[in-house]
Design a protein around this ligand. Structure first.
Ligand code: FAD
Length: 335
């Protein structure tokens, strides 16, 4: 197994940013990984689909591109099917596989870009479902110790777009496999976003996981930019949480503000709404910009540098703080 040197990563990140890897290798098995000789003082980056990364510079270290493939039904019982997948499997292809086989639970997460190995890292979520809802366990190779560990859901400490792999263990592991626990009997989740309206538009009479998956695909395609056409990494910021009193204060000034009450007595605000209200929707400076249909998405109109997008995100952050007194947090991993 050989590293290539000075490799362009432009086609391997959904922002389409030109950044180079000092050393680059595709990893297709754990054996390959354990045989790699890595110099200790050189940094390592595990790369999946590159759909949640913003490169602001070249990566002066080893890029390990996760291409570990494979899907296998591990076990089944009356209620569940346990499917083990290689960390390099493409997430949307896995969703299609589940829908085709009648395995329920991931249909609301259709069309999210990226690989299965990254799905637990930020606990991907959309339309009222998060990957933690179907997560069973994962195997992760500890890069420094060269040892495989198994994590169950509790070990992963899942939160909103968060897990132990974004915090304590950031950069320590390569997630080589993820096992999901899918449901035989679907529990349809249609109340979030515009799913119900879309199903009506589609004329769906009998609800099914296929119909929900199709509705989600139609909604997402209509409002999110396709990275193949315009570089982006989906939502650039997380939706911020504020106290109820802060929410009431904001609502007295902006009666139309959108907020969802959370169990802990806080309120989640829509970051896209705040950014739009602060005047950024459709904004463009050079080749960096804010999408004109969804202000939460920063875009590369073609040839933008990573730090131009980063600087724009910083200005947005400060502008939202200045106008609303709310701090946004970046969801995208900055490198
Ligand atoms: C158009 C668009 C829409 C999106 N919509 C959503 C959405 O609805 N919900 C949502 O949650 N996300 C969304 N995203 C973000 C993104 O798709 C997810 O975060 C996805 O899980 C990233 O997977 P990836 O393989 O591309 O990860 P990468 O971007 O390659 O990596 C992301 C981070 O995880 C690390 N990493 C990746 N793979 C591994 C591994 N196997 N082991 C250890 N570390 C690893 C990387 O080092 C990096 O820090 C969207 C992105 C785009 C472009």
């Amino acid at each position: 197994m050989q590293f290539s040197e000075n490799v362009s990563l432009a086609s391997m990140n959904s922002f389409g940013i030109e950044a180079r890897a000092r050393y680059y290798a595709k990893i297709s098995s754990v054996d390959e990984l354990s045989n790699l000789e890595l110099e200790q003082n050189i940094p390592v980056l595990v790369l999946g689909g590159g759909s949640n990364i913003l490169f602001t510079q070249n990566f002066n270290g080893y890029v390990l591109h996760n291409e570990i493939r494979g899907k296998q039904v591990l076990k089944e019982d009356d209620d569940h099917i346990y499917v083990k997948t290689g960390g390099g499997e493409v997430w949307h292809e896995f969703v299609e596989y589940c829908i085709s086989n009648g395995f329920a639970g991931v249909e609301n997460l259709a069309l999210i870009p990226g690989r299965n190995g990254a799905s637990p890292i930020q606990n991907i979520g959309a339309y009222g479902v998060e990957v933690k809802d179907v997560f069973y366990e994962l195997e992760a190779f500890h890069i420094a110790e060269r040892k495989v560990y198994t994590f169950n859901a509790e070990d992963c400490a899942f939160g909103y777009r968060d897990s132990v792999f974004k915090n304590k263990f950031k950069g320590h592991f390569l997630i080589s496999s993820v096992t999901y626990r899918l449901n035989r009997k679907p529990d349809f989740k249609t109340s979030y976003g515009a799913i119900t309206q879309e199903l009506e538009k589609m004329g769906v009479q009998d609800l099914s996981i296929r119909a929900i998956g199709d509705a989600v695909i139609r909604i997402r395609s209509s409002k999110l930019p396709d990275p193949a056409v315009i570089g982006n990494a989906g939502s650039f910021f997380k939706n911020p949480e504020v106290s109820t009193s802060k929410f009431d204060e904001l609502r007295s000034i902006y009666p139309e503000i959108v907020g969802y009450s959370l169990p802990g007595g806080t309120v989640k605000l829509a970051a896209g709404w705040l950014i739009e209200k602060a005047g950024w929707k459709g904004y463009r400076r050079g080749q960096a910009g804010v999408h004109d249909k969804q202000a939460l998405v920063l875009v590369n109109h073609g040839g933008a540098k990573g730090n131009e997008i980063y600087d724009l995100s910083e200005e947005i952050l400060q502008s939202v703080r200045g106008k609303f007194g709310v701090d946004l947090e970046r969801e995208v991993n900055i490198l």
